[in-house]
Design a protein around this ligand. Structure first.
Ligand code: ZN
Length: 396
């Protein structure tokens, strides 16, 4: 079998797998309640079960697992639907079709198949299972019930933020109840900004004490007994240290990073030491590269480690230990700070923090996408039944 035949057969297998999943999931009637972490009890999944919320705008925001469509999957020509992440994704697709939220916001990698999702959502044919409490069945005569999709691909760098994470953002609004209309106000016009700072803003925000704590913590994991004088290199695994040497060698060879006297032409040059320079062949000087779950960055100019704290900041999370951060902003850090305080017993291992930040959506990007859709959302059709005696409206 040659490569072409192999790929054609793989596509057939993918189509067959998706077909079986769809057939099976079409018959699934989803549960009306499930255990709720906020209330520590079983709660209804659909907010429409609560009379106070029947006329509220219900927004489902999600980022599904991206493995099947990631750049890495494409590079090694695996990927596509033959992936363990396909099952939970398809279950989610059918569950949103079942409960029918008013607005669905989705973040994913650029190859995410949102047309597939749209086709599933927009199947309103006879026999499609729906929650009894989906958007009222009394749509005005002559209006068609369907989800309308908008898709936009952008990175924090487009918003003026020195952090790279190109992602696809989609919204699906349930017509005719929700209409998104922004007229001449495009996403670009509202949110795009030119970039004035580089990734050094994140590194400068890390106190020296945190950098030392992280180096010590990493070194301890690699067997440092606390007596030998530490260097930053002790924080790296043997494999990463070897690749760092390859990167240093790579950077010394006519890469235009240094002038002919060997002087660096940039304030910093970030190399991912978990990747081989021959494979990656690029360092980042203008922004933080796109963080993955195991990314370990090294600044070749200052020969120093990029601490995990900078990963939080680059993803838009106001790490409470950041230098000059106002207490008001620090309070908006969404997790219990003791999970990331370096002196705390409860602190998550740095490796777990790398996974969290590498899997996170970028705070500003998801916020901008949310705002853009909210600004343009007309929900007057949802609210038109407010005068019903048994119902009251809770504003969002
Ligand atoms: Zn609850």
């Amino acid at each position: 079998m040659d490569k072409g035949e192999f790929l054609a057969n793989k596509q057939k297998l993918e189509a067959a797998y998706v077909g079986v999943l769809k057939e099976y999931l079409s018959d699934v009637e989803f549960m009306e309640s499930d255990f709720c972490l906020v209330h520590q009890q079983n709660c209804f999944i659909s907010p429409r079960r609560d009379l106070d919320h029947q006329r509220s705008l219900w927004v489902e925001a999600s980022g599904n697992t991206c493995c099947p469509w990631s750049a890495m999957a494409r590079a090694v020509q695996t990927g596509g639907w033959l992936d363990v992440a396909s099952l939970p994704f398809m279950v989610w697709c059918f569950s949103v079709r079942f409960y029918e939220p008013d607005l669905i916001l989705q973040e994913n990698v650029c190859r995410f198949p949102e047309q597939e999702l749209l086709a599933i959502l927009n199947d309103f044919s006879d026999g499609v299972l729906k929650d009894l409490w989906t958007r009222p069945f009394d749509a005005e005569e002559g209006t068609q019930r369907c989800y309308k999709m908008q898709v936009h691909s952008f990175s924090p760098t487009d918003l003026g933020i020195p952090s790279n994470r190109q992602r696809q953002y989609a919204s699906f609004s349930l017509s005719p109840w929700v209409k998104i209309e922004t007229g001449a106000l495009t996403f670009e016009a509202i949110f795009h900004r030119s970039r004035r700072v580089g990734p050094e803003v994140y590194l400068n925000a890390v106190p020296n004490s945190v950098l030392i704590s992280e180096i010590k913590s990493e070194a301890k994991n690699r067997g440092w007994d606390g007596t030998k004088v530490l260097t930053q290199h002790d924080a790296l695994s043997t494999g990463n240290r070897g690749r760092l040497e390859s990167w240093q060698c790579w950077a010394s060879r006519g890469t235009a990073l240094r002038d002919k006297n060997g002087v660096w032409q940039h304030r910093l040059a970030l190399a991912d030491v978990t990747q081989n320079p021959r494979f990656k062949n690029r360092v980042d000087v203008d922004y933080m590269p796109c963080l993955l779950t195991h990314t370990v960055l090294w600044d070749l100019v200052t020969d120093s480690m990029v601490p995990v704290m900078a990963h939080w900041l680059a993803q838009g999370f106001p790490h409470p230990s950041a230098v000059l951060l106002s207490p008001d902003i620090a309070r908006s850090f969404p997790f219990d700070p003791s999970l990331i305080e370096y002196v705390s017993e409860r602190a998550l291992p740095l490796s777990a923090q790398r996974i969290l930040t590498g899997n996170a959506m970028h705070g500003s990007c998801i916020g901008s996408w949310f705002l853009f859709n909210m600004v343009g959302t007309d929900t007057t059709r949802i609210q038109a039944h407010m005068d019903s005696p048994v119902e009251s409206l809770s504003s969002l």
